[in-house]
Design a protein around this ligand. Sequence first.
Ligand SMILES: Cc1cc2nc3c(=O)[nH]c(=O)nc-3n(C[C@H](O)[C@H](O)[C@H](O)COP(=O)(O)OP(=O)(O)OC[C@H]3O[C@@H](n4cnc5c(N)ncnc54)[C@H](O)[C@@H]3O)c2cc1C
Length: 458
Amino acid sequence: MSVQASSFRGLRAAARVTSASVLAPASRAVAAATAPRVLAPCTGASSSRAAAFSSSALARSEFESPFGVNSLQKFSDEESMIRDTAARFAQEVVAPRTESMDENEKMDPEIIKALFENGFMGVEASADHGGADLSFTSAIIVIEELAKVDPSVSVLCDVHNTLVSTVLRKYASEALRNKYMPQLCEGTLGSFCLSEPASGSDAFAMKTSCKKSADGKSWVINGSKMWITNSAEAEFFIVFAQGDPSKGYKGISAFAVEKSMGVEIAKKERKLGIRASSTCTVNFDEITVPAENLIGEEGKGYKIAIEILNEGRVGIAAQMIGLAQGAFEKSVRYAAERNQFGKPVASFQGMQFQIAQIATEIEAARLMTYNAARLKEEGRPFAKEAAMAKLFSSQVAQRAAGSAIEWAGGQGFTREQGIEKYWRDSKIGAIYEGTSNIQLREIFKRECGTLLSNRSLD
Ligand SMILES: Cc1cc2nc3c(=O)[nH]c(=O)nc-3n(C[C@H](O)[C@H](O)[C@H](O)COP(=O)(O)OP(=O)(O)OC[C@H]3O[C@@H](n4cnc5c(N)ncnc54)[C@H](O)[C@@H]3O)c2cc1C
């Protein structure tokens, strides 16, 4: 697969370039050779009546409010452009491979390569480091567009951008940033290692240890991390480890660890959904890490984890709204073509009301997600809104994907049509980066916590 390199590097300066020039002709040739199968209804009817979906989220930046305050549908030129390009990338490069990657439970390395080549893996990274230097919302838009076609590819991109790169960009020393950010923009995939077999929701109960050497020049990391996304393909790991259990969560530090330092990728999980996304146990057996690879201050790893997961949750919300929209569009297109009782099943009011209900829920989830992203960009508190967006989007994704199966009848239940995959993939939204219960706990604490401020809230 040959895709034009550096598509989004220095994008700010090139904002007026049309998106048509971004994907190289070579990628189109590849896409044409492996064109995605269009969902064909049992009638074999033409696709001419396929629904045209009006996503208000695609509205352009020229829509200016005369009062200087804009809707959540307003995007900069760069954001509109990266949306168009990510959407085309998803259709042309990802869609032809989605089914086989799911069946084989393996990410196609060509997709990872193409994501880097197109600049989707350094969306917020500075141009100096080889990134696109775009907004957080741009990253959210890419994650959303990829998820419309394949939530596995979406989470690969999401973890790399919103967790791994952001930890380095925000908390690492200049030397560490200069060393690793160019690699992370160029072709080195990253993983984020927090969870362990015995510490999931209670992440700070981790057992992985870090011990500083007597001369202070290095750290030794010991332990195992579990459920680590991207780990089968990653060469770089952000690792959280406990240096002094007597200090509780204040003993936790974060490190930049290269695979070549001795990281062992162990058991790969066999999963219900996002099966092309690798999820492995990662072992750190007496791994020696240079002292300068400590990220931020010693004992401040817990703060990094909390803050970064707030951002990450907006990313998962984006994955879920993209997934919901993808399932919705695929199934409604089918329902517009599938005839029963002499007319398209989508022409029955009973179907239309269900479709309209889900469309409304997706729109609400999308607005919550964009709002959380914009709050973050404005430097305002956004943790509650991020938790709400993640909670609600994952619920909507499950409802949308479940309904999509039903709207397509028996065809929706078959693996060939790719609708049931959305439903399988939707389940993870309620689990990673904090389960739904953990989001609810966060929302209650931030919304009503002061009412109980004199009492203990865990
Ligand atoms: C596919 C996949 C990819 C993942 N990727 C990563 C990754 O890249 N990096 C990483 O570090 N981790 C990753 N994780 C781990 C993920 O973040 C954890 O699975 C998640 O935080 C839940 O932890 P747990 O599985 O141990 O469940 P548990 O914490 O054991 O929870 C079990 C149940 O108890 C509930 N529960 C727990 N505590 C409370 C409470 N206080 N109040 C109410 N209910 C509660 C939970 O909501 C849940 O329903 C991934 C997980 C999966 C499945």
